[in-house]
Ligand binder design. Structure first.
Ligand code: AMP
Length: 417
């Protein structure tokens, strides 16, 4: 059932506790933390502008990084308050804590349309433990609860789940923000009954992370295209040699089961027929984490399904690119999650970029395209095609769990319409 949203709320003069995802990438410059990418802040503006228009007194809460229950100044949300104020062209108050007297006083003083950002909720271990007493404390200032942090909704934490329970118990409303609403619409409702053909493209590093999604989508998709390192676990399942490619030998059985399910359901399940391979060579250097630095030498097209022992599969090859680029335009609905190769290295990016172009072109011709978060979003951004797809999910892990059909605790805690 659809969830209650901010559109349905009457919040004039009410204190609305909004869980946002301001887990933005930060970097130290000249002794100051600066925000590298403000996308996540911008994405909350429609919800905040609507709440301001409705005369809500807005209290924002978020996590940032992993301070592990300590006050780590490099993970303070203070710089976010300044950026948000710049974007909204109005002041945003900030309190250097997320519970306590100072928070309560500042929240009490908010006027309709005013905004207060609280300090990083993960300065307290109780946040991730979803400690009921901590949730009560957070909820002291909350008359209404709004969750706009889809990317954190797969976690049952105090600010994503506990507070909502407290507010609901007291008779307050718990609703989805506009960003959350869009995520639920595109990853949920739209994919329940997709316009057909429904083509699913899955790539990325690991079969283990996506096997449940593959299994679920085998019930829905008309065609599945596979790329990325998960190719090689499927190749192992087919008795092929994978050289030094990234594989998960302990997942060969689940890969085989997926291939059998695809066959039984007559869902075309396309694996790459060729690859770009390269020879990994140790440089003798160590990176900042103390791990050996590898260089990939002599990239070349490998036309065989077997990869020689000294080489590693890095991208889909030209024949596969061509097949995938011809298959994608047949779709009326496209779901894409995970790059086709190590796209961060230009030499191995062509497969991912070809898929990105085909997805964007097909969207322009009327198909619906949904990009399932994580690294495919980064790849899409690199091609400059982000504006040419229908929907780009803001959740990585959350999108995958949602696509698997799991109930997300942060969503379950919201009221139905
Ligand atoms: P995921 O988070 O599972 O979508 O994985 C994304 C990562 O998979 C990216 O950083 C890619 O570099 C990596 N990846 C894609 N293809 C390969 C490959 N053939 N070998 C190793 N890593 C890959």
């Amino acid at each position: 059932m659809a969830k209650l949203t901010v559109n349905d709320l009457d919040v004039r003069g009410r204190r609305v506790f909004v869980r946002v995802d301001y887990n933005v990438p930060m970097e130290e410059k000249d002794g100051r933390m600066v925000i590298n990418d403000v996308t996540r802040i911008k994405e909350t503006l429609p919800t905040l502008e609507l709440l301001m228009e409705k005369g809500a007194r807005i209290i924002l809460a978020s996590h940032l990084g992993r301070p592990k229950g300590k006050r780590d100044p490099s993970l303070s949300l203070r710089p976010v308050a300044a950026t948000l104020a710049d974007l909204l062209l109005r002041p945003v108050a900030f309190v250097d804590d997320c519970t306590g007297e100072k928070v309560e006083k500042t929240a009490e003083a908010l006027k309709p349309g005013d905004i207060l950002l609280l300090e990083n909720v993960r300065y307290y271990n109780e946040e991730e433990a979803n400690d009921p007493a901590f949730a009560e404390k957070l909820a002291t200032v909350a008359e209404v609860y709004v969750n706009d942090a889809f990317g954190a909704a797969h976690r049952a934490h105090a600010s994503t789940e506990g507070v909502a329970r407290v507010v609901a118990r007291r008779g307050g409303k718990c609703a989805a923000g506009l960003l959350m609403e869009r995520e639920l619409k595109f990853l949920g409702e739209e994919l329940e009954n997709p316009a057909r053909p429904f083509v699913v493209i899955l790539g990325g590093a690991k079969v283990s992370e996506k096997i449940n999604v593959i299994d679920r989508l085998l019930d829905k998709a008309d065609t599945i295209l596979i790329g990325g390192a998960m190719t090689y676990t499927f190749r192992l399942a087919l008795g092929k040699r994978v050289g030094r490619s990234l594989v998960e030998p302990d997942r060969v059985e689940v890969a085989r089961a997926a291939l059998e399910k695809a066959k039984a359901r007559k869902v075309p399940f396309l694996l790459p027929v060729d690859n770009i391979v390269a020879t990994p060579v140790e440089t003798g250097r160590l990176n900042r984490k103390g791990k050996p630095v590898i260089e990939w030498q002599n990239p070349r097209v490998n036309d065989s399904l077997d990869i020689p022992d000294a080489e590693e599969g890095m991208d889909i090859g030209p024949k596969t690119r061509q097949t995938y680029s011809e298959t994608i335009p047949k779709a009326k609905t496209i779901l894409w999650n995970g790059p086709m190769g190590v796209f961060e290295d230009k030499r191995f990016s062509e497969g991912t970029f070809a898929v990105a172009r085909a997805v964007a072109d097909t969207t322009q011709k009327g198909a619906q395209s949904i990009i399932g978060g994580g690294d495919s979003v980064k790849a899409l951004n690199l091609t400059g095609l982000t504006g040419q797809v229908t929907f780009v999910s803001t959740g990585g892990g959350a999108s995958l769990e949602f696509l698997e059909g799991k109930v997300l605790p942060g969503v379950a805690a919201l009221a139905d319409k």
